[in-house]
Design a protein around this ligand. Structure first.
Ligand code: HEM
Length: 470
């Protein structure tokens, strides 16, 4: 008897996960099903390990306890973590009131206020999101490609050849230029003494200060507050003055109606009831965009290079494509998708379920914080065979699955800046590949370090520029 077996293609590098029931459930099922197993370590040890060695911690927990487990953090009760695409789907497609985002409880709350698109939940969140969305549509973003290319060109020409450099801070300088251009409409170098000049300088200083250990202390003092106190309040004051000055100047400018930058679009935006954003709302949203869009995009690019300079096949394929081939766009896209799969700069996101929730073989009560480990999901070997290998070719001819590739989150909280972040990554990656011959400064892969909610390369993605092409 000859059996025709439905064999997966030998080179199939993207697969599927077995189904796992998930979603809102009732008291009876909550009674019947067990709670997820808890990581067997004291609370403080768990917090320390999660904050300092999240990668080892979550991979070990999954190995020992399975794809749903609970950890103990700063708050009473356990935080549940899952990495199954069906569980992710249940949370991304949930009714907003049944699974509000944990970003409402984030340390950014006192910084950007409780009502910005990132920190608001429920109706207020939808109102802000609708106001902001048009500014981030693909067509709105397409106009930024040249501005991004100019920012990369300017930067590349200044980087030294032949000695080790960290790419992360250099990527941050580029993403800051893009934010100043795209969000505030400040191109190149603003005139000395102008509000734009002061804003650019204050933003740069504050973003730098936010990486210092003192900033973490200031952050702890502000946990759970709606308005900042102490050092954080003083620091933000320095940024607020020029921000409000730029907002005032733009409201009064003769060309605000024609301008295409995000600030001008937001000044013109109206809710369905015809309401405009107040100065305070504009300030909160602008700061949200700067904070959400700057480090994330920069470090994602840094990770891409950290991987590329250690994966010769993928590196060579990219260089060949951008320096000649006509399928360059496809190779660039696949490289970005693979980098965002293997090193998602935001490794975990979460929702607080307000009704009992089923997660496969387990159920959790209302009020539980349920997090989705993007990192673990992206390293499932049923979804991504050979998950630890960096293989852009796994994306050839495939679109990433909505609940299987989630570096930008999903559902009604999906990253608003995803189109801008993708445009930036395409342009920066292509320009750098076209112009630079890069090599790893050290052969060992870089560990991940955690800063606020991001996972970044510990040494800043150190490379050596072997040659710079004209
Ligand atoms: C590679 C770069 C980026 C990555 C990986 C990223 C990732 C994410 C993720 C995972 C979320 C969802 C958070 C959650 O569900 O809890 C998010 C939300 C958000 N992102 Fe991004 N982001 C990036 C760049 C940007 C940029 C460039 C901007 C804007 C300039 C931006 C603005 C936002 C905003 C406003 C939200 C909140 C959306 C909402 O809650 O409705 N992001 N981002």
């Amino acid at each position: 008897m000859s059996a025709i077996v439905d064999q997966p293609a030998a080179n199939c590098l993207v697969g599927t996960a077995p189904p796992s029931p998930a979603g809102p459930t009732d008291a009876e099922e909550l009674q019947r099903l067990p709670r997820p197993p808890v990581v067997p370590l004291p609370r403080t040890a768990q917090m320390l390990r999660f904050n300092q060695r999240q990668i080892e911690f979550v991979f070990k927990a999954r190995r020992k306890l399975g794809e749903v487990f609970a950890i103990r953090g700063t708050q009473p009760g356990a935080i549940v973590m899952t990495s199954h695409p069906d569980h992710v789907r249940s949370l991304f497609t949930a009714r907003p009131e049944q699974a509000p985002s944990l970003t409402g409880e984030s340390p950014l709350r006192p910084v950007v206020g409780p009502s910005s698109v990132l920190t608001a939940v429920g109706e207020r969140h939808m109102r802000q999101r609708k106001l902001l969305l048009p500014a981030f549509h693909g067509e709105a973003i397409a106009q930024y490609a040249q501005m991004i290319a100019d920012a990369v060109e300017r930067a590349i020409d200044r980087w030294p050849v032949g000695r080790p450099i960290a790419l992360a801070p250099r990527m941050q300088a580029i993403t800051l230029d893009v934010i100043m251009g795209g969000i505030f409409g400040i191109d190149g170098r603003p005139a000395l003494g102008s509000p734009e000049f002061a804003l650019r300088r204050a933003t740069r200083s504050l973003l730098y200060a936010s990486t210092l250990p003192l900033a973490q202390v200031a952050e702890l003092m502000n946990v759970g507050r709606d308005e900042p106190v102490g050092l954080q309040r003083a620091g933000l004051g320095l940024l607020d003055r020029p921000t409000y000055a730029v907002i005032r100047a733009r409201r009064e400018a003769a060309d605000t109606e024609e301008r295409r930058d995000i600030l001008s679009l937001l000044i013109r935006a109206r809710t369905e009831e015809g309401e405009a954003l107040t100065d305070r709302e504009l300030r909160d949203e602008l700061l949200t965009l700067v904070l959400a869009g700057h480090e994330t995009t920069a470090n994602q690019l840094a990770w891409t290079w950290e991987r590329l300079v250690r994966t010769p096949a993928a590196h060579e394929r990219l260089l060949e494509a951008v320096r000649g081939d006509d399928d360059a766009a496809e190779v660039v896209e696949a490289t970005i998708q693979e980098a965002m799969r293997s090193r998602p700069v935001i490794p975990v996101i979460g929702r607080r379920v307000t009704v009992p929730w089923r997660l496969g073989a387990y159920a959790v009560p209302a009020g539980t914080a349920v997090t989705m480990s993007i990192l673990l999901l992206h390293h499932r070997d049923d979804l991504y065979p050979d998950p630890f290998a960096f293989r852009p070719e796994r994306w050839a001819g495939r679109k990433p699955g909505t609940y299987e590739w989630i570096p930008f989150g999903g559902g009604i909280r999906r990253c608003l800046g995803a189109a801008l972040a993708m445009a930036e990554q395409r342009v920066v990656l292509s320009e750098m590949a076209r112009r630079l011959d890069l090599a790893a400064a050290e052969p060992e892969p870089e560990h991940a370090k955690h800063r606020n909610v991001t996972m970044i390369p510990a040494r800043g993605a150190r490379v050596v520029i072997r040659a710079r092409r004209p």
